[in-house]
Design a protein around this ligand. Structure first.
Ligand code: PLP
Length: 282
């Protein structure tokens, strides 16, 4: 199995990162996860652009263009003969003696990437999944896809211990997103999802779903919704790179709507699958 370290493709068993890498010590870096179907990246350009934006937001300049990154990822996917899965990539602010202050310009970012086989979660997408609520205790720059995920991990662990797929996060009465996905509700045919601001990660899947809605004349309201609106919703779904459009059928032990995936979510799943097939083939 091949990986990329510092831009070089090499065997995973010989790959090395220094113990004073700033990603390891501080979580000082950014990352992306891109879906691969039939050996092709889905919405790859959007992910690579967001990676560069995340880097800029933490004042890191990446030594690669999006085109160079794209061709490196294609090379890795093909060397690993990946069919359906993900490619993970991260840039940290490099290796230098531990100090909160950024290292000088002579220190290059550390670039690491690998691939993994991940099937489409067809059974969960069919049946729907359960969720819990959890207070969103994260920082105020959730728009950056940074390596600092402790708040997300604590919430996801709580969900996992409750036998649930996702923790729906809220700041007081206002729902933000999930621990590892964006959350939308459906009320009277309208899709409501938190606006893309500093309190959520503007998911590429979220953006693709909204684009599909605009093309299909499905109404969308991009605004924060409340916990009361969540519990009165007809449908709830989660969206993310690996989970696509995932129906949520239970929140904190209470059924959503009928307790089964609803028609609007089903329709979006079909339209999303058509978009995957358009970009990556059947
Ligand atoms: N929100 C959070 C906190 C995430 O970790 C993710 C990642 O999957 C998402 C939303 C969804 O983003 P995307 O659709 O780009 O995968």
């Amino acid at each position: 199995e091949y990986v990329i370290v510092d831009g070089e493709i090499l065997d995973r068993t010989v790959a090395k990162v220094d113990i004073e890498d700033r990603g390891y010590q501080f979580g000082d870096g950014v990352y992306e996860v891109i879906r691969v179907y039939n050996g092709k990246m889905f919405t790859g350009k959007e992910h690579l652009n967001r990676l560069i934006e995340s880097a800029e937001k933490i004042r890191m300049e990446l030594p690669y263009s999006p085109e160079e990154l794209e061709s490196k990822m294609e090379e890795l996917i093909s060397k690993n003969e990946l069919d359906t899965g993900i490619v993970y990539m991260q840039f940290t602010r490099g290796t230098s003696p531990r100090n909160h202050v950024f290292p000088g310009g002579d220190v290059a970012p550390t670039f690491v990437a690998y691939t993994r086989k991940v099937a489409r979660p067809v059974e969960s997408m069919e049946k729907g999944v359960r969720s819990i609520l959890d207070e969103d205790i994260r920082w105020l720059r959730c728009d950056i896809k940074s390596l600092n995920l402790l708040g997300n991990l604590l919430s996801k662990q709580k969900a996992a211990e409750a036998g649930c797929f996702e923790a729906i996060l809220h700041r007081g009465e206002s729902v933000t997103e999930g621990s590892h996905s964006n959350i939308s509700i459906v009320k009277d045919g309208v899709i409501i999802t938190h606006q893309a601001d500093n309190l959520i990660l503007n998911g590429i899947t979220r953006q693709k779903v909204l684009e599909i809605c605009r093309n299909e004349n499905i109404s969308v309201d991009e605004r924060a919704f409340t916990l009361d609106e969540l519990s009165a919703a007809d449908e709830v779904f989660s969206s993310g790179t690996t989970v696509e459009v995932m129906p949520i059928v239970e929140v904190d032990g209470k059924p959503v709507g009928t307790g089964n995936p609803g028609p609007v979510t089903r329709n979006l799943q079909d339209l999303f699958k058509a978009e995957i097939e358009r970009q990556c083939g059947k």
